[in-house]
Design a protein around this ligand. Structure first.
Ligand code: MG
Length: 306
């Protein structure tokens, strides 16, 4: 059974309360302890399960919402990191160790969607998001090749940490944004007019206008963390346009659409990733060090935030 305790949070702007980002009796529930470095939570509505990656242990786990049971989903898992669903409900995984993005088909077979850009191996895909046209956008920092801890130590053939787009028709891998220290989480705004990308090494979240042809305009800084505590990982929107960000040792940040930091959920571990889920899309799942947490919030996730 999950164990809960009152969640600690910090209100920096009154909208954090009035817009129901935090409600009075928030409870931080511990759903599982025992990963080495938990990452990539993904709620699968049809299964009422959450799957996540345990990167150094090269496995994926699943938590069953109906029973609270945790079991092994698969191992080895290519040192998978971020997971998402495409519009057909198929699992898209960023496999850091195998340096590729894959799709798990409904029959259980695995299709490689991207492992190279212009003939050069990817670094170590970290996280992805799917646009309404079916294109898959993913970040490719070097975290999985700098040591054998989160992947397999190796050289960067590309020599840069970029964001790419996989075309839904041709499968072509196109570079869409560069100039990052380490791109990480990425998500489209509710109307898909903008793409937001966190840069873990630059302590920033950048946003890019999406042109009608699917290319991006130059990015601008949306939010910046001070010091080293607030390094950003994954980011997700709720349906009011608040941007929620995994912020490592600074918990979970919540930003207004204008970039104001409204408040923080304080988490007693280093937060790697977040994802909304639950039947009403109001439950925030948090991976942090060895632990999977959840928090039933006062907000509802944007439809694509699952
Ligand atoms: Mg990540």
């Amino acid at each position: 059974m999950a164990t809960g305790r009152p969640a600690l949070y910090e209100v920096l702007d009154d909208r954090f309360r009035t817009e129901k980002c935090a409600v009075g009796d928030l409870q931080l529930e511990t759903l599982h302890v025992g990963s080495r470095w938990a990452e990539g939570p993904l709620y699968v509505p049809a299964w009422r399960q959450l799957i996540w990656s345990d990167i150094p242990n090269d496995r994926m786990l699943r938590w069953d919402e109906a029973t609270g049971a945790v079991s092994l989903f698969r191992s080895p898992a290519g040192h998978s990191n971020g997971n998402t669903l495409d519009h057909q409900g198929r699992l898209i995984s960023c496999e850091q160790g195998n340096r590729r993005v894959t799709r798990t088909e409904h029959d259980g077979s695995i299709t490689v969607l991207a492992d190279r850009y212009r003939g050069k191996r990817l670094n170590s895909p970290n996280d992805s998001t799917v646009k309404s046209d079916g294109s898959i956008w993913f970040s490719d920092p070097d975290f999985g090749i700098t040591s054998d801890y989160e992947g397999v130590r190796g050289e960067s053939e590309i020599g840069a940490n970029n964001v790419y787009r996989i075309d839904p028709g041709s499968g072509e891998v196109r570079l869409v944004a560069d100039g990052f220290g380490a791109p990480n989480g990425l998500v489209f705004s509710l109307d898909e007019s903008e793409l937001y990308v966190s840069d873990t090494r630059a302590n920033q979240i950048r946003r890019f206008e999406v042109r009608p042809d699917g290319t991006l305009c130059d990015g601008e800084v949306f939010a910046e963390a001070k010091g080293t505590d607030g390094r950003f990982d994954n980011i997700r929107f709720d349906d009011q346009g608040h941007l929620w960000a995994a912020a490592m040792d600074d918990g979970v940040h919540c930003y207004a659409p204008d970039g104001t930091l409204l408040g923080r959920i304080l988490v007693p571990n280093t937060v790697s990733n977040i994802r909304f889920g639950g039947p009403r899309r109001n439950r925030l799942f948090i991976t942090a060090n060895d632990t999977l947490y959840s928090l039933v919030t006062g907000v509802t996730a944007a439809p694509r935030a699952l």
